[in-house]
Design a protein around this ligand. Structure first.
Ligand code: TYM
Length: 345
C-alpha cells in the first residue's frame, strides 16, 4: 500500500507534483449542506474541485452527516442536500468526470469512523479550533461536534484519497486525519494512503463583508446564487475604513480589494490596485465595479441552475450513480481495514 502520496497542490504538506504520474491522482473533498454556498466556499474549495476533475479521479460529497451536528430539521436537511447538489452541478461539477455523492449514502464511512475513534486521542480533538470556536460562541457541544474531525478522517481515508482541496480552515482537520492514519499504520501495518491538503494561497481565507473570514456562522456571506438585487445591496454594504478619499491605501490588507480580485480580470485587478496605491478614489466606486464584475460571472451560473432545476431526475441520477461508485471504493478500503485490525470474518 503506498502512503504519503504527493499532491500537486500548494497546501501544507503538499509536494511539488512535478513527478510523472502513472495513474490519476485520487482527489476528495466534502462540503456541508448547512446553507447556500458562498464566495468563500466557491473560491476556496469548489473551484478547485472543478479544475481538478479533468485530470484526476475526483470524489466530492455533500456532508449531510456533518450537517446533522447543526441542522435538526429533517425537511430542511433534505432540501439543503438537494440545493447543494444542484448548486455544485450548476457551478460546473461534471458527474461524468467526477463522482458526486451524499456522505450518508456510503454507510461504510460510519463504520470506519468508529474504528478510527478507538484510536483517537482526546487531547488531539480538544485542540481543534473549530470545536473550540463553536463552544466559545455558546453552541452546546455534543459528542458529534467534538468527534467531527474523526468523521472527516473517515471520509478522507475511506477512498484512499491522496489530495484534499479545501480552504485554510480545514487544514487542522486534515492534520488530524494524517495523525490518525499514521498511528493506525504504525500499529496495524501499512493500511491507509496518506492524504495531503491542497490549499490555494490567494483564496485560502476569503473575507466576508466585514473583513473576517467569510462564514455562515458570522453572518457576513455573499452567496453564489444570491438574487442579483439583494447581492448588489450586500456589496454596497461591505464595510470599509473611514480614511479620507485622497489617502493612498494598501490593497493587500483591504478585504474589498480581495473580493474584487476574485472576479476581476488580472488587468482590472491591477488597475484597481494602482488606484489604491495612488489614493483619490471612493470605496463606492470600487463596490460598483465589484458588483458589475460579480454579476457578469454569476448571471450565467444562475441561468444554468434554473435550467437544471427544471429536471430533478438529473440530480437524482447523478447522486445515485455517485453513491454506487463511491461505495465500491469504500467497501474495498473498509474490508482492508477490518482485516488489518482483526474484525474480518
Ligand atoms: P464547509 O462546509 O464549512 O466548507 C466547505 C469548503 O469551503 C471552504 N471554505 C472557505 N475557503 C476559503 N475561504 C472561506 N471563507 C471559506 N469558507 C469555507 C472550506 O475550507 C471547505 O473546504 N468539515 C468540512 C466538510 C468536510 C470535508 C470532509 C472536507 C467533511 N468531510 C472531508 C474535506 C474532506 C466543512 O465543514 O466544510
Amino acid at each position: 500500500m503506498q502512503s504519503g502520496a504527493p499532491t500537486e497542490g500548494t497546501g501544507a504538506g503538499a509536494g511539488s507534483g512535478a513527478a510523472v504520474r502513472k495513474k490519476p491522482m485520487r482527489v476528495l473533498s466534502g462540503i456541508q449542506p448547512t446553507g447556500r454556498f458562498h464566495w468563500g466556499n466557491y473560491f476556496g474549495a469548489i473551484k478547485q474541485y472543478i479544475e481538478l476533475q479533468y485530470e484526476n479521479e475526483g470524489f466530492y460529497f455533500i456532508a449531510d452527516l456533518h450537517a446533522l451536528t447543526t441542522i435538526r430539521d429533517a425537511q430542511q436537511l433534505r432540501q439543503n442536500v438537494r440545493d447543494a447538489a444542484l448548486d455544485l452541478l450548476a457551478l460546473g461539477l461534471d458527474p461524468t468526470r467526477a463522482t458526486l455523492f451524499v456522505q450518508s449514502h456510503v454507510p461504510e464511512v460510519s463504520e470506519l469512523y468508529w474504528i478510527l475513534m478507538t484510536g483517537a486521542p482526546l487531547g488531539l480533538l480538544e485542540r481543534c479550533v473549530a470545536f473550540k470556536d463553536k463552544e466559545s460562541r455558546g453552541i452546546k457541544a455534543d459528542a458529534g461536534l467534538f468527534t467531527y474531525p474523526v468523521l472527516m478522517a473517515a471520509d478522507i481515508l475511506a477512498y484512499d484519497s491522496e489530495c484534499v482541496p479545501v480552504g485554510e480552515d480545514q487544514n487542522q482537520h486534515i492534520e488530524v486525519c494524517r495523525d490518525l492514519a499514521r498511528s493506525f499504520n504504525a500499529h496495524y501495518g501499512d493500511t491507509f494512503v496518506m492524504p495531503s491538503a491542497r490549499i490555494l494561497k490567494d483564496t485560502a481565507k476569503v473575507p466576508g463583508t466585514d473583513g473576517q473570514k467569510m462564514s455562515k456562522s458570522y453572518g457576513n456571506t455573499l452567496a453564489m446564487f444570491e438574487d442579483a438585487k439583494e447581492l448588489q445591496k450586500k456589496i454596497m454594504r461591505i464595510s470599509t475604513d473611514s480614511r479620507p478619499m485622497e489617502d493612498a491605501k494598501d490593497p493587500d490588507t483591504d478585504h474589498l480589494y480581495q473580493l474584487f480580485s476574485l472576479f476581476g480580470t488580472e488587468e482590472q485587478s491591477e488597475e484597481i490596485r494602482a488606484m489604491y496605491l495612488r489614493g483619490g478614489f471612493g470605496y463606492g466606486e470600487i463596490k460598483k465595479r465589484l458588483a458589475a464584475a460579480a454579476e457578469g460571472f454569476l448571471a450565467p451560473l444562475r441561468e444554468r441552475r434554473a435550467a437544471l432545476a427544471q429536471d430533478p431526475a438529473i440530480v437524482d441520477a447523478a447522486l445515485a450513480d455517485g453513491a454506487n461508485r463511491a461505495r465500491r471504493v469504500a467497501r474495498e478500503v473498509l474490508s482492508r481495514v477490518q482485516k488489518a485490525c482483526g474484525l474480518s470474518r
